[in-house]
Design a protein around this ligand. Structure first.
Ligand SMILES: [Zn+2]
Length: 406
């Protein structure tokens, strides 16, 4: 595969971000407190201003819609302290900071204070989320808006629950499945585990104005597909056109490999790689302090790292055919997942109800992909033992009354 020359990123400066520390609420609009809620989080990475800029563009229009809003809409800026300095983060990546320990440390009732900027950010955000989730009377949807360091066509990302899939397929978008299995402790994983329907979005290159346009289109369409706004109040055709033109053919791609990096690795991506570029097994994708970094399997390269800060060198993925999506939906709906422990080499986890321990020496016929198909995610792979757990709230919402579910 010949490597294409790298396009020179646009240097068009985005406006300086004027935001106070802790000024997370961009807008809060409640037309019907009993209706669905949409939470939009933008710029959880401070060097990705497009999410915040799009929310600021939209807020005045939502203000005007007032009681025409058939639910609750929350536009929330992510890392305000990092946004002020135009850096990804100050002390710690706020999008890898949602562990049970840090949440315990920074929850509203905690009195412990650290001097890390992202702990303060998390404390403020948790207070807002708690307020929203405790008062939700119907489905909760959450968007997490990002942009990429390399020039890229936009794409959406979801944890593979059937509820997330149902929401995501409303958009004319390329969808990456299963990224939350590779990236631990993201804000979206946290919100997903609270029971919300979640969608992450990478809108394009950090510095390009089109990233703001794409974010804006995605937010409007989400407000429409969540039921918060009707077709009279959203120009659905125009926003779909924006996304379609930016993304090309909609497709679903499964993330299969993450190349994790540490600062001491001195990771350098080979120049010229674009998102979704096909790669062959063994192709040299990067160099680090140990030498060449090769593709462990064929497929396509995703999110190649061309900036200094970050823990992900690149990802590898493959397109999933519609048949497999249909099959996994069928298998999950008939409840096969609950019987997996009957297979040889598979046993129930002694403490975790939704988890299984797979002895991969015995259960060679059941690789990770089979468990993915059934809605499990990998937790741990250690010494021939694989621990998988079912994704929470795969088919049922904890926010909808049982009588409303279909
Ligand atoms: Zn980001």
């Amino acid at each position: 595969m010949q490597i294409q020359p790298l396009k020179i990123p646009s240097t068009e400066p985005v406006p300086d971000i004027d935001i106070a520390e802790g000024e997370h609420i961009v807008g809060e609009f409640v037309g019907d407190a009993e209706g669905p809620s949409v939470i939009v989080v933008g710029s959880i990475h401070g060097n990705e201003p497009s999410g915040l800029l799009a929310m600021r563009k939209i807020a005045p229009a939502l203000e005007k819609l007032g009681s025409r809003i058939k639910g609750r809409i929350y536009l929330i800026a992510g890392n305000t302290r990092a946004l002020r300095k135009d850096v990804r983060y100050l002390d710690l990546d706020l999008n890898r900071h949602w562990t049970p320990e840090t949440i315990e440390l920074n929850k509203p009732s905690s009195t412990i204070r650290t001097n890390r900027a992202e702990d303060a950010e998390q404390r403020e955000l948790l207070e807002i989320f708690e307020r929203i989730f405790l008062t939700a009377k119907d489905e909760v949807y959450a968007l997490d808006l990002h942009s990429t360091s390399a020039e890229s066509t936009p794409f959406a990302m979801i944890g593979d629950t059937l509820r997330n899939r149902d929401f995501a397929r409303n958009f004319p978008a390329t969808i990456l499945l299963g990224i939350e299995e590779q990236l631990n402790e993201t804000i979206l994983e946290y919100i997903n585990n609270l029971g919300a329907v979640t969608l992450g979005f990478e809108a394009g290159e950090h510095r390009q104005k089109t990233a703001v346009d794409n974010q804006e289109a995605l937010i409007w369409l989400s407000l429409y597909h969540s039921g918060c706004l009707s077709a009279e109040d959203v120009d659905v055709a125009r926003h779909e056109k924006t996304l379609r033109e930016a993304m090309g053919r909609p497709r679903i791609i499964e993330i299969r490999h993450r190349h994790a990096i540490q600062p001491e690795d001195d990771f350098r991506m080979e120049p010229g790689y674009e998102n979704f570029q096909p790669v062959k097994k063994g192709e040299v994708l990067a160099h680090d302090s140990h030498g060449e970094v090769k593709a462990v399997e064929g497929g396509m390269v995703l999110m190649p790292l061309y900036q200094k800060l970050g823990e992900d060198g690149f990802f590898l993925g493959r397109e999933i055919l519609p048949f497999w999506l249909w099959l996994s939906r069928f298998l999950r709906n008939v409840g096969i997942a609950g019987l997996m422990f009957l297979l040889p080499g598979v046993q129930r986890h002694p403490f975790e109800k939704e988890s299984l321990i797979v002895n991969t020496q015995v259960a060679r016929l059941f690789p990770l992909q089979i468990f993915h198909l059934l809605g499990f995610r990998k937790q741990l792979w250690k010494g021939g033992k694989l621990v998988v757990s079912r994704r929470k709230y795969d088919t049922d919402s904890p926010f909808r009354k049982a009588s409303d579910r279909n």
